[in-house]
Design a protein. Structure first.
Length: 279
């Protein structure tokens, strides 16, 4: 158990809902291992109370917080400063309190890229498809656009997908729209090497699959940002595809956030074991 004192620095997670979060287990295990007088909590914040919650971070002098759905984009105007990468991405998942000045960062994309390299998945000279054009897609797309041969985006909301494509093409003009029209999809998937599900499909039992499993080939790499084994990953694995869930991304975005808050290198394996143990 962590020892709480009058000097304990509090950190936490702002989101709605947050009861399912594994972040407290991960960060508190790291604080304990390093002997840091800190504790990490979850703060369930309904959207209408986000402004009040951010004020509380400053007023209560919390050392920092993570930000999760649905607040990653809406929190930006409430901060004193936003890191250049997070500003371009348009989403913040980590806030550092420096003398009651709140600075926003995004460690999601870096976390995902680190999880790929850890799994020995390279995007160099590869064509990558992201299904979904929300905040997570923006975060990973920011890094993938720099390294992949070509990046394709699909979202049922074509306007949202179009905006993301235009934004990412400001980095490098190698980002394109993807169509799931029956006449074109099988042809297009033949040119894709890595498929990433960045939608919530798979969180609930009975969700439809984001990709038609029948179109997958053993050479495809299939990733899911959801950090449990989803139906998509299970079926893709049975087709002979290499698969990767979102647990590594969760771990490494937490590692990078921990470094921003404390200035220290965290015990990565301790954090990983805490996540696995609490799944």
């Amino acid at each position: 158990m962590l020892k709480i004192s009058g000097k304990t620095k509090a950190l936490g997670l702002l989101g709605w809902p947050v009861e399912h979060s594994l972040s407290p287990a991960m960060h508190n295990a790291a604080f304990k291992r390093l002997g840091l007088d800190c504790c990490y909590l979850t703060f369930p914040v309904k959207p209408e109370f986000l402004k009040d919650a951010v004020r509380a971070v400053r007023a209560l002098n919390l050392a920092g917080v993570n930000v999760t759905m649905p607040h990653k984009e809406n929190v930006i105007p409430l901060l004193d400063r936003v890191d250049a990468d997070a500003s371009f991405i348009g989403a913040v998942n980590t806030i550092v309190n420096v003398n009651r000045k709140l600075i926003g960062y995004n460690t999601d994309g870096r976390g995902f890229m680190k999880s790929l390299s850890e799994a020995r998945i390279s995007v160099k000279n590869k064509n990558v498809l992201i299904v979904g054009a929300g905040g997570a897609s923006r975060a990973i797309g920011f890094y993938l656009a720099k390294k992949a041969s070509a990046l394709f985006i699909y979202d049922i909301d074509r306007k949202k997908a179009g905006k993301l494509i235009r934004d990412l093409n400001r980095i490098r003009r190698n980002v394109f729209s993807f169509s799931f029209q029956p006449s074109a999809v099988s042809i297009q998937l033949n040119d894709i090497d890595i498929i990433i599900n960045a939608t919530p499909l798979g969180l609930k039992k009975g969700d439809p699959l984001p990709v038609d499993i029948n179109l997958l080939k053993p050479r495809h790499v299939v990733c899911d940002l959801i950090y449990k084994k989803t139906a998509l990953l299970d079926k893709a694995s049975k087709k002979g595809c290499k698969t990767l869930n979102g647990l590594g991304m969760l771990l490494w975005q937490g590692v990078f956030a921990f470094e921003l808050w404390t200035g220290k290198k965290p015990p990565v394996e301790v954090m990983r074991k805490a996540l696995v143990r609490n799944l």
